[in-house]
Design a protein around this ligand. Structure first.
Ligand code: NAD
Ligand code: 3PG
Length: 596
């Protein structure tokens, strides 16, 4: 089939109702603005449509006042601390957001119990090992954290433990309070000139390193993902894991708890250490095999340990590790300064409010971060992407099964300059939501597509011209399916729809091999007909008789008096009877009604 030309008619109205010009149409979603008020159509639909009322935020652990105030200005805030897992699961079905620290386990059951209402989990701190990220993602729930506000507090606590351990401060204090005066028992070791190995050279690790340098220590670090020049800039050498642990007098742990770091200090690694090494842990208890540490302390390999974090928190009362006289323990106090808690509370409240407003938080943990200027620029294309997905899937004939989707982006931009993750997510949303009960957003789009066996490939067509406009057009093709509207099948055999943004409004510009031009608002009727005079009038008057407002009409044809595809934008859904009558117009060969 040859590619057709298109002829566009702007239809003020063919119905009996008042005319509707383009400029008087509904505005596009205002999802990209930063107002703190709930809106009807947030960009990523993180909030359910029912959220015209205030959302509800459950704060399950103590949060600084400034953060609570921010939340209360925007939402109903339920501060319920020390909930049992069962109580949390019961409450969560009434909440749109949940804020926790490290003391609450946000398990798969929590997401399941929320029955889709929970849209954001805010972790008021760094570590997200207490949140089941896979379950959050599967349920389309965004997880955000507050990664920066407690860095200094944690680093200061690490240094406090280092010095207190070296000088037996806690043990000596307890001894004095017990009425003893044991000066020779509590002779310590000096820090100056000693080698400190920092394991995990991220935010906290690098701040610990900086402070330890100030104490005259020789600092080395191991971090497979850290940049050597950043370490060098503060006089720290990055070394291998074995070199770090073998040469250190002190080891300070600052990596996240992951499958790779779990029990990274164990019998085998303790055996490689210098006899008399001292360990500080303000990261996560699980990075140390705690039974192995007790053995290493008993055998003298490890002279002392200072621990703020434990595998089980609070640890069992009879824990051999806690009771060990060579261990200094604090109850996960790393982030607990007044300053850090106020900072964390504000950081997380802003992130949660932003997410409930449909914005993407810069601290999203389970979704790509898309900077706000990129969001603003892509706004009309995001809308276009979703609508093309929605149209394409409605063109598939029942029983065909969508498996292979190809998306083509035509752009004058260099690949690095166009982030398509958001567009792909919205195409996925458009493809999947009309045919399932699944709620799709940027968080779970890839997961949902994979789970449903839909393979989405992306291709860029690089165009000459000005890269000012992010995209010329987006094309969505569904392969290996039959169509309810045969004309939507392109020459190469796929269902094909293509769209562009014109004056900020998404337009459908191609169906199969036919060029059309209809603004993607309201719904669309596609008709294939034998091109002849009077067709627009005939179809228009059927719709007009029923007071269905036509916003846009466009005819794409192969050649005069041959086949043509007419695309009609309608504001209301025509009745079955009107659609039947359109189908009965003699020149109409096939037609389809598509909801946007
Ligand atoms: N005790 C507390 O109250 C407290 C407070 C803040 C942070 N933390 C914990 O401290 C840790 C670090 O926090 P952060 O803010 O510095 O995080 P971060 O993400 O900035 O730094 C973590 C670093 O660990 C590195 N890393 C990852 N895998 C590693 C491996 N196998 N070996 C060595 N390094 C590895 C990463 O590359 C990264 O540079 C986290 O576990 C966090 O939960 C605890
Ligand atoms: O990961 C963190 O941010 C720290 O471990 C702090 O945890 P907390 O918020 O429970 O004090």
């Amino acid at each position: 089939m040859a590619t057709a030309t298109s002829q566009t008619l702007r239809f003020p109205s063919v119905s009996a109702s008042a005319s509707l010009s383009l400029s008087s149409k509904l505005p596009l979603s205002s999802a990209f603005s930063v107002s703190l008020r709930p809106r009807r159509r947030p960009l990523l639909l993180l909030v359910s449509a029912a959220l015209d009322a205030k959302p509800t935020v459950l704060v399950a652990e103590k949060l600084g006042e400034a953060g609570l105030k921010l939340l209360k200005d925007f939402a109903n805030v339920d501060c319920s601390y020390n909930l049992s897992p069962e109580e949390l699961c019961t409450k969560i079905s009434l909440c749109d957001a949940l804020i926790v620290r490290s003391g609450t386990k946000v398990t798969r059951e929590v997401f399941e119990s929320s029955a889709g209402r929970l849209k954001v989990v805010g972790r008021a701190g760094v570590g997200i090992d207490n949140v089941d990220l896979a379950a959050a993602t599967e349920h389309g729930c965004l997880v955000v954290n507050a990664p920066t506000a407690n860095t200094v507090a944690a680093a200061e606590h690490g240094i406090a433990l280092l010095a207190a351990m070296a000088r037996n401060v806690a043990q000596a204090d307890a001894s004095v309070k017990a009425g003893k005066w044991q000066r020779s028992k509590y002779v310590g070791v000096s820090l100056v000139g000693k080698t400190l190995a920092v394991l995990g050279f991220g935010k906290v690790g690098s701040e610990v390193a900086r402070r330890a340098k100030g104490l005259g220590m020789n600092v080395i670090a191991h971090d497979p993902y850290a940049a050597a020049d950043r370490a060098r800039a503060i006089g720290v050498e990055l070394v291998s894991f074995d070199e770090a642990i073998c040469s250190a007098d002190f080891i300070s742990l600052h990596m996240p708890l992951t499958a790779a770091t779990s029990k990274i200090l164990n019998d085998e690694t303790f055996a490689k250490m210098k006899k008399g090494v001292r360990i500080v842990n303000v990261a996560r208890g699980g990075v140390i095999d705690e039974d192995a540490l007790v053995r290493a302390l008993d055998s003298g390999i490890v002279a002392q340990a200072a621990l703020d974090v434990f595998t089980e928190e609070p640890p069992p009362k009879d824990s051999k590790l806690i009771m060990h006289e060579l261990v200094t323990a604090t109850p996960h106090l790393g982030a607990s300064t007044m300053e850090a808690q106020e900072g964390v509370a504000i950081e997380i409240a802003e992130a949660v409010v932003g997410a409930l407003n449909g914005e993407l938080a810069a601290t999203a943990v389970n979704a790509p971060m898309v900077p706000s200027e990129v969001l603003t620029e892509l706004k009309p294309f995001v809308d276009l992407a979703e609508k093309l997905g929605r149209l394409a899937v409605q063109l598939v004939a029942g029983g065909s099964g969508v498996k292979t989707v190809k998306v083509t982006y035509a752009t004058a931009r260099a690949p690095d300059d166009l982030d398509t993750r958001l567009l792909r997510a919205m195409i996925t949303k458009g493809l999947i939501e009309p045919i399932s009960s699944v709620f799709v957003n940027l968080v779970n789009a890839d997961f949902t597509a994979k789970q449903r066996g839909v393979r989405i490939t992306e291709e860029r067509v690089i165009l000459d011209g000005s890269p000012e406009n992010p995209l010329e057009f987006i094309q969505v093709q569904i392969a290996n399916v039959e169509s309810r509207f045969a004309s939507a099948i392109s020459d190469s055999g796929e269902i094909k729809v293509e769209g562009r943004v014109k004056d900020g409004i998404p337009h459908l510009t191609k169906v199969g091999s036919f060029e059309v031009d209809v603004s993607l608002e309201g719904s669309i009727i596609l008709c294939r007909q034998v091109d002849q005079p009077g067709m627009i009038g005939k179809v228009g008057s059927i719709l007009g008789e029923e007071n269905v407002n036509v916003s846009f009409m466009s005819v794409g044809r192969i050649a005069p008096r041959k086949q043509a595809v007419m695309a009609i934008g309608v504001d209301e859904q025509p009745s079955k009877d009107s659609l039947k009558r359109i189908g009965e117009v003699p020149a109409v060969e096939e037609f389809v009604f598509l909801k946007l």
